[in-house]
Write a protein that binds this ligand. Structure first.
Ligand code: GLY
Length: 319
């Protein structure tokens, strides 16, 4: 490795929530996350840019029916799937995204196409038009498990506020979740990028907009990047991703920016989680929810937060 090259870093998430259904649930989520970590980190080792690595990681997570993004997205109150995704490149400090798009396999692909466009955030009809322009095939992201979850919820007149964080074969009452996927990368040139994608909360009213395609849920500069998960309204109220990143831009170390922001979120009784990294190679994660489904590669080792339960709001690895 030449002197200017830096050690790539990677952290991803598959949502946050109130419980994973036992050990079997933990192990299968871990397997899904590590498959993405292994493949994306191999790309980074071979010189992929931060943006390319983020896109690849988001596509893999969107294609995994376990997570609430792309295939396996939750259904909204009217039984339709509407997905949102955003990409932000730290070097150019450009945000692009799509809001409430349907019939596409990888919403993050649309966000990427918009990176170089004059109009960089499109909602439902505009995103559908973009899909046609790009000649992407129509795709139905519905899975049987998510359909059954919606049918069960309809029978209960939509009493739950949201769908499960991960799709599980046996539906249980206590898996209230805030599913989203996110990928944050530092590449070997020292460039940072972040992507976030979601099917939303599940069972929400038509037209509700997720945090994932807003700077509240997905934000990067040349110094730091953060992807959020949790209840979108809580993330928007904290403007969490931008809040953490701006603190780093203003000179706070990443871990302090996470600690301060999560103390505030906890005081405000928010239900959310976030992952991030900075240009020094520090990696951090935080949650006010019970579980955060995150995994990372720091250049030497792979780890995760699936059974992280030390009572602290924030965890970190130094740069
Ligand atoms: N964080 C995903 C959502 O609330 O839509």
């Amino acid at each position: 490795m030449s002197a200017e090259r830096v050690q790539p870093k990677l952290i991803i998430h598959g949502g946050a929530g109130s419980s994973l259904k036992g050990k079997g649930g933990v192990e299968s989520v871990r397997k899904s996350l590590y498959r993405v970590i292994d493949e994306v980190y191999a790309l980074l080792r071979s010189g992929a840019t931060a943006q390319a690595a983020v896109i690849h990681g988001c596509q893999m997570l969107e294609d995994d029916p376990r997570f609430n993004a792309g295939t396996g997205s939750v259904l909204q109150s009217d039984g339709q799937i509407r997905m949102s995704a955003a990409l932000m490149d730290g070097a150019s400090q450009r945000f692009s995204g799509v809001i409430n798009v349907s019939r596409v396999q990888n919403p993050i692909t649309l966000a990427r196409a918009l990176q170089t466009s004059h109009d960089r955030v499109l909602s439902d009809h505009g995103a559908a038009e973009l899909l046609r322009e790009l000649e992407l095939p129509a795709y139905d992201p519905l899975t049987e498990i998510r359909l059954q979850e919606w049918i069960q919820e309809r029978q209960g007149n939509f009493s739950r506020e949201m769908a499960g964080v991960v799709a599980e074969r046996e539906l249980v009452e206590d898996t209230a979740g805030r599913g989203t996927i996110g990928v944050v990368v530092l590449d070997d040139q020292g460039c940072i990028a972040v992507g976030t994608s979601t099917g939303g909360k599940g069972f929400e009213r038509i037209g509700r907009v997720s945090d994932s395609a807003m700077p509240a849920g997905n934000y990067a500069t040349a110094r730091a990047a953060v992807s959020c998960t949790g209840i979108g309204e809580d993330i928007i109220d904290e403007c969490l991703a931008a809040r953490i990143v701006v603190r780093v831009d203003d000179g706070q170390p990443l871990v302090s920016a996470f600690e301060r922001s999560f103390r505030e979120a906890h005081q405000h009784q928010r239900d959310l989680g976030a992952i991030g990294l900075d240009a020094t190679g520090a990696i951090a994660w935080g949650k006010t929810s019970e579980v955060l489904l995150a995994a990372y590669h720091d250049g030497e080792k792979v780890g995760d937060t699936l059974e992280w339960d030390d009572g602290l709001l924030v965890g970190c690895l130094p740069g």
